[in-house]
Design a protein around this ligand. Sequence first.
Ligand code: AP5
Length: 182
Amino acid sequence: MKERILFLGPPGAGKGTQAQNLVSKCGLLHLSTGDLLRAEVKAGTSLGQQIAALMVKGELVSDDLVLAIVKHNLEGHTGGWLLDGFPRTINQAKALDTLLAEIHQPIDIVIFLSLNDDLLIERLLNRGRADDHETIIRHRLEIYHSQTAPLIDFYKSKNLLVAIEAKGTVDDIAMNISKVLG
Ligand code: AP5
């Protein structure tokens, strides 16, 4: 089974939901940059306060900071992993390539969870996290389309990308993910 996995997709596509499912079944390390950043905010450090000011507006946190977080968690880890919400920019993807080459852990597969904007907005409004207000969601989607969506072609050109439509039940989508993991 493929065990170095990257989940790519817009906010609300179900990356976190599917990641939880998969890591509990397969014992992979789950690295969600969103969760790790929210933990830093919760800890109330001065770095956490700076991060909170960006997250609440739906802005991206700096590439350097998220890369440092991912590096800290991946270095020394020997089993499989699932990256969720990272990378989010071409810069982050290139930095990740460099890091993974250094630690000899290439990506096995990039799963792109796709869903149309109307359904994403509906899901996120129902969830109601601090950054799930309509104007902020729309801003997160703009950032996704301009800065993150170019990663689709980036990983396609490396023959790593598999697209899965993130519509339907959580179980159906999980089954489609399992199929492509082998
Ligand atoms: P992050 O936490 O990564 O949020 P996101 O990418 O906006 O993704 P979401 O958590 O909103 O959606 P998801 O795809 O995980 O969907 P979920 O499973 O939760 O990032 C938040 C912020 O952190 C960013 O805006 C940025 O500020 C910062 N950040 C994070 N990473 C960064 C990085 N690399 N660089 C810079 N900044 C970074 O599902 C959503 C809802 O839908 C849930 O309620 C769920 O129950 C429901 N749902 C899921 N699947 C289904 C289904 N099949 N049917 C119906 N409902 C479903």
